[in-house]
Design a protein around this ligand. Structure first.
Ligand SMILES: Cc1cc2nc3c(=O)[nH]c(=O)nc-3n(C[C@H](O)[C@H](O)[C@H](O)COP(=O)(O)OP(=O)(O)OC[C@H]3O[C@@H](n4cnc5c(N)ncnc54)[C@H](O)[C@@H]3O)c2cc1C
Length: 380
């Protein structure tokens, strides 16, 4: 058991067979060819890779077998995901569907939604994005202005989302919108699944510092959404999202985004490590392993059906701070020439990490907001 303030993180024991599971992921990866990169869970978008991974049984791990998944536990998924992240594998295409949409549908979806979407997610054949943030509603998510007006048996959606990761490469977007005029900012919000090929959807990719475009602005102009694409209870979108955040914030991806960089540093230094370098490496590895233990404890709690939102917020705050500090520590540990097209893998790796690192502590809720969540949760 680890305690941080009043928060408790019971030690989690990995399931039997976890070593074999790890080896089977490593064996799969040996037959794949990709350059390991930092932040691959967001930047490494390769639908064909995701489909091969799914065929090998490593996508939709926690989806029950009756819906085409593996019926595995969150701890087993944790083992698989840890290996994929450590390798810097391009897992972004199926990431949001597998990590968030599948558990959301298991908790709140109708039987018809589960039968329709879960097998597609498990095969990585249907790709999802998450449309929460808006130009004036990021940290203050309850300020969303996108409207879903009831029309006939469905809704007509009007509004704008921004920073939506991979919207331009997805089939569906889970949209948080206001469907009801209710008293209180958190009431009257609902979650709708929008087919991104619907008339009225316009998607404009946003160019990043790296020159890539992995997120986008999404304009919704009178988009018709069938009533059976409402997820969960109308007007209860806020509480559904709060539960979902535990899945979004607590995973090892909040710690291991820069693991390929760390691995590259170890390769570069080789056996001949001086005292300063070994201190830097030792500190980074110790911090990573401590944060991963906390993350594993949250995965265990999810397995038991809990929604550990405070613990997840703390894991993300610690983990993403570690990620950003790793980039700086590597720069100090060894001479590097950050260049995306540099000749050395370490130069390419650190260049990618430097350009993506500012987003680590923003996406999924900024660190200032997460500290507020933890403080309010603990102090009342
Ligand atoms: C790489 C990346 C991918 C993303 N992908 C998605 C996605 O797929 N879907 C999606 O919906 N969103 C996505 N986002 C958006 C992300 O969730 C928001 O950027 C984040 O919630 C912050 O909102 P904002 O950008 O509007 O900043 P703001 O809310 O305007 O905040 C600006 C600054 O003010 C601080 N601040 C704001 N309010 C407070 C407060 N009350 N107390 C203290 N400090 C405060 C913040 O911490 C921040 O430093 C992504 C962002 C990034 C960087």
């Amino acid at each position: 058991m680890t305690r941080i303030g009043a928060l408790r993180f019971p030690a989690a024991v990995l399931p039997p067979g976890h070593r074999e599971l790890r080896l089977s992921v490593q064996a799969f990866l040996e037959n794949e060819s990709f350059e390991p990169r930092s932040d691959a869970w967001l930047s490494g978008h390769d639908p064909a890779f995701s489909r091969r991974l799914a065929e090998a049984g490593f996508v939709g791990m926690t989806i029950p077998q009756r819906y085409g998944g593996r019926g595995a536990s969150w701890l087993e998924r944790y083992v698989v995901v840890e290996e994929l992240l450590a390798a810097g594998a391009p897992v972004a295409a199926h990431w949001f569907g597998e990590r968030q949409i599948a558990p959301l549908l298991m908790r709140h979806g109708t039987e018809a939604q589960r039968q329709r979407f879960l097998p597609l997610i498990a095969r990585a054949e249907c790709l999802f994005s998450i449309g929460m943030s808006e130009p004036d509603a990021g940290s203050d998510l309850a300020a969303v202005r996108t409207q879903g007006h009831e029309e006939g048996t469905g809704f007509v959606v009007q509004g704008q989302k921004t920073w939506t990761s991979h919207a331009h490469r997805s089939d569906f977007m889970l949209v948080l919108c206001r469907t009801d005029d209710s008293p209180g900012r958190h009431a009257g919000l609902s979650q709708l699944l929008i087919d991104l090929r619907s008339p009225g959807v316009e998607i404009r990719p946003i160019r990043l510092l790296t020159g890539e475009s992995h997120f986008a602005e999404v304009f919704l102009e009178g988009v018709a959404v069938a009533g059976d694409l409402l997820v969960g209870v109308r007007g209860e979108g806020w509480s559904q999202i709060i539960a979902e955040l535990a899945f979004e914030r607590s995973g090892p991806e909040r710690i291991l985004s820069v693991f390929p960089l760390l691995a590259e540093l170890v390769r570069e230094l080789g056996q001949d490590v001086d005292e300063r370098e070994s201190v830097v490496l030792g500190q980074l590895v110790a911090r990573a392993s401590a944060a991963l233990r906390l993350s594993l404890s949250v995965a265990n709690s999810l397995d038991q059906g809990n929604a550990p939102a405070l613990e997840a917020a703390l894991v993300k705050e610690l983990g993403t701070r570690f990620e950003q500090e790793t980039v700086e520590a590597v720069r100090l540990a060894t001479p590097v020439e950050p260049r995306l097209d540099g000749p050395r893998p370490l130069d390419r790796s650190i260049a990618g990490a430097i350009l993506t690192a500012p987003g680590f502590t923003l996406r999924g809720g900024t660190n200032e907001i997460l500290r507020g969540v933890v403080a309010r949760g603990l102090l009342g």
